[in-house]
Design a protein. Structure first.
Ligand code: NDP
Length: 288
C-alpha cells in the first residue's frame, strides 16, 4: 500500500515558515504585497481569487484586490498593470485566467514586470527556467518539486513520465525534473500506447484533466505517483487523473486528490511573493 504524500500538511508547514518571514520583513518596514486582478465574474475564478486573498491574509501579506467588470477593455487592464508595476507596495502581480475574449491574455501576461511575475508565466521567467536559472517558478510545478524533495524522492537517473504538456504544468514540471537529473518523457493526447509509457515511470506526474484516465494497473510496482489533476465528478466529488485506489496498490507513494498538489499551488504563490519582497526570488526564504 502506497504512502500518502500529504500536500495539505506540507503546505501548512511552509505557510507557518512564511508567516515568520513576513513578520521579519514587517519589522524591517516591508509588508509583502500581492495584487490580485480578476476580470469578470467566472464563478471558479472568483473562488480561486478569494482563496488566494485569504491565504495572503492568513500569513500577513497585503492583498490588493482589483475586481473589474467583464467588459473591461484590454487597454484599461494594461493601464492597471502599468500602475501596479510601478507601485512600490506591490511585490507580486497575479492576473486570474481565463480573461474575457476581448482581452489578449498573452499580451497581458507579458505586460507584467518579470520582477513581479509571481505566477512565473512571463516569457522571461519561462526562459530562465529553461536555462536552469529560475527566478519565479510557476506555482503548481514548483509545489510538485517541493513535495518530492520533502519526501526524500531523489530524481537523479530516474525515469520520470509527465502526462500533459500545458505551459502551466506539464512543460515546466518536465523541465524542472530534467534539471534534477531525471530522464524525462512527456506524453500528450497524440502519444501512442500511453499505458506502456506510464508503465516505465519511476515517477509519474499526471496533469491531464480527465477523471481517473490513468489506470492503476498501468503503474509500475513501487513507482511514485503525483496527480496534479483536479476533476469535479457530480455535485461535490473531486477526483484526480489517476485511479487512486488501484494505483495505491502498486505505487510506493502517491498524492491524494484533494489534499495533494492542490494546497501546494497557493503556498508557492505566497512563497514567490515573499521572495519578491525580500528581493531574492532564489535562494529561498523558507529554505526550500
Ligand atoms: P490543459 O488542458 O492545459 O492540458 C492538458 C494536457 O493533457 C494537454 O497537454 C493534453 O494533450 C493532455 N491530454 C488530454 N487528454 C489526454 C489523453 N487522453 N491522453 C494523454 N494526454 C492527454 O490542462 P492543465 O495542464 O492546465 O491542467 C491539467 C490538470 O491539472 C487539470 O485537471 C487541472 O484542473 C489540474 N490543475 C491543478 C492545479 C492544482 O493546483 N492542483 C493547477 C493547475 C491545473 P494535448 O496537448 O495534445 O492536447
Amino acid at each position: 500500500m502506497a504512502d500518502i504524500i500529504d500536500g495539505k500538511a506540507l503546505a501548512a508547514k511552509i505557510r507557518a515558515q512564511l508567516s515568520g518571514e513576513v513578520a521579519a520583513l514587517k519589522t524591517a518596514g516591508i509588508t509583502p504585497g500581492l495584487a490580485v486582478v480578476l476580470v469578470g465574474d467566472d464563478p471558479a475564478s472568483k473562488v480561486y481569487v478569494s482563496m488566494k486573498e485569504k491565504a495572503c491574509a492568513d500569513i500577513g501579506i497585503f492583498s490588493d484586490e482589483h475586481k473589474l467588470p467583464a467588459e473591461t477593455s484590454e487597454a484599461e487592464l494594461l493601464a492597471l498593470i502599468d500602475r501596479l508595476n510601478r507601485d512600490p507596495r506591490i511585490h507580486g502581480i497575479l492576473v486570474q485566467l481565463p480573461l474575457p475574449k476581448q482581452i489578449n491574455a498573452e499580451k497581458v501576461l507579458e505586460h507584467i514586470s518579470p520582477l513581479k511575475d509571481v505566477d512565473g508565466f512571463h516569457p522571461y521567467n519561462v526562459g530562465r527556467l529553461m536555462v536552469g536559472k529560475p527566478t519565479f517558478q510557476p506555482c503548481t510545478p514548483y509545489g510538485v518539486m517541493v513535495m518530492l524533495r520533502e519526501y526524500g524522492i531523489d530524481l537523479t537517473g530516474k525515469e520520470v513520465v509527465v502526462v500533459g504538456r500545458s505551459n502551466i504544468v506539464g512543460k515546466p514540471v518536465a523541465m524542472m525534473c530534467l534539471q534534477q537529473n531525471a530522464t524525462v518523457t512527456i506524453c500528450h493526447s497524440r502519444t501512442r500506447d500511453l499505458a506502456a509509457k506510464v508503465g516505465q515511470a519511476d515517477v509519474l506526474i499526471a496533469a491531464v484533466g480527465v477523471p481517473e484516465m490513468i489506470k492503476g494497473e498501468w503503474i509500475k510496482e513501487g513507482a511514485v505517483v503525483i496527480d496534479v489533476g483536479v476533476n469535479r465528478v457530480g455535485e461535490k466529488k473531486l477526483v484526480g487523473d489517476v485511479e487512486f485506489a488501484a494505483a495505491s496498490e502498486r505505487a510506493s507513494a502517491i498524492t491524494p486528490v484533494p489534499g495533494g498538489v492542490g494546497p501546494m499551488t497557493i503556498t508557492m504563490l505566497l512563497y514567490n511573493t515573499v521572495a519578491s519582497a525580500q528581493g531574492v526570488a532564489t535562494p529561498s526564504p523558507a529554505g526550500l
